[in-house]
Design a protein around this ligand. Structure first.
Ligand SMILES: CC(C)c1ccc(C(=O)O)c(O)c1O
Ligand SMILES: [Fe+2]
Length: 306
């Protein structure tokens, strides 16, 4: 079966498990600059950096990490196409209950377990608009940018995403990370897959609108005693300026400014960049060992219970 009909609009949202809802809501609102329209209800807080209902959903949980990653498909037909293909290769596609789709303000949706990392992916094709436009505060966040997951078998994860989810490879840093587009979304990567001993979250990225957003964040985080774990630097793969810092659970968040965009037709070929820090930061920075170390990937079975 062709997977050409599997087409994405974007990385839709990330569901994060946090151990202290109040601390995390405060962090993601006041320090990251996301907007929360309503107080958390039944252990879930919806925050946004767009005009959609949410870009981040925070869930109170004893273990910090990724509850699920939501992928917004281009159309109901694209949603049907990925469900049919995954089903055809024996991947269990669990429909999301009406109660949950209503809470998430999404239409029909299903979830599956990505077999090489155990991450829970959710697929839907529509999300309700927020009650008003997103009005940036201190940071002009342009969008939720990407997630980098750690995989014990990066090549297997890359192959699954390409062969069965119609993702495309933009670049690789040999032996370290693969950068992938959710086709035909043009950004250099919406998902990165890093090599690691066990599955987990490496980081969640927000793309900002100008260099000053990065500069101001550096001082804001320092004043708030938020650990900065890498940057300011500039990434050779996507040409973006970056800053990484830790959330209250120690999960890594990245701001980045600027990112290469790919055309849908005739994109450049992926580069195999050498396994060195020079391939990660033009400016010779060295990451703090705390970077990318916190964040479990919650299995779908647990999610279904929650
Ligand atoms: C250090 C990580 C894996 C990394 C490397 C390069 C880019 C980029 O080119 O945008 C990233 O966003 C990263 O998170
Ligand atoms: Fe990143």
């Amino acid at each position: 079966m062709s997977i050409d009909a599997i087409r994405y609009v974007r990385l839709g949202y990330v569901g994060l498990n946090v151990t202290n809802m109040e601390a995390s809501v405060n962090f993601y609102e006041t320090l990251v600059g996301l907007k929360m329209d309503a107080r958390p209800a039944s252990g879930v807080a919806y925050l946004r950096c767009s005009d959609r209902h949410h870009d981040i959903a925070l869930y109170e949980h004893e273990v910090p990490g990724v509850k699920r990653i939501g992928w917004e498909m281009e159309s109901p037909e694209a949603l049907d196409a990925i469900e049919a293909h995954l089903t055809s290769i024996g991947i269990a596609c669990a429909p999301v209950s009406d109660a949950e789709t209503q809470a998430l303000r999404i239409g029909r949706a299903f979830r599956m377990t990505e077999p090489t990392t155990g991450a829970t992916f959710e697929f839907y094709s529509e999300m309700a608009a927020a009650p008003e436009a997103y009005h940036p505060t201190h940071t002009q966040i342009a969008r939720l940018g990407h997630v980098v997951l750690s995989s014990p078998d990066r090549e297997a994860t890359e192959a699954f995403l390409m062969d069965h989810m119609n993702f495309r490879v933009s670049d690789r840093i040999q032996g370290i990370v693969t950068f992938m587009r959710c086709f035909p979304n043009p950004f250099h990567h919406s998902l990165g897959v890093g090599s690691a001993g066990k599955p987990g979250l490496n980081h969640v990225n927000f793309m900002v609108t100008e260099m000053g957003d990065i500069g101001k964040a550096t001082n804001r985080m320092k004043k708030a005693d938020v650990p900065i774990v890498y940057g300011i630097g500039k990434h050779p793969p996507s040409e973006s300026v970056f800053l990484y810092f830790l959330d209250p659970d120690g999960m890594t968040i990245e701001y980045s400014y600027g990112m290469e965009e790919f055309p849908e037709s005739n994109p450049r070929q992926p580069r195999e960049m050498p396994a060195s820090l020079e391939s990660i930061d033009y400016w010779d920075g060295v990451p703090d060992p705390r970077m990318g170390k916190v964040g479990a990937l919650e299995p779908l079975g647990d999610t279904a219970k929650s």
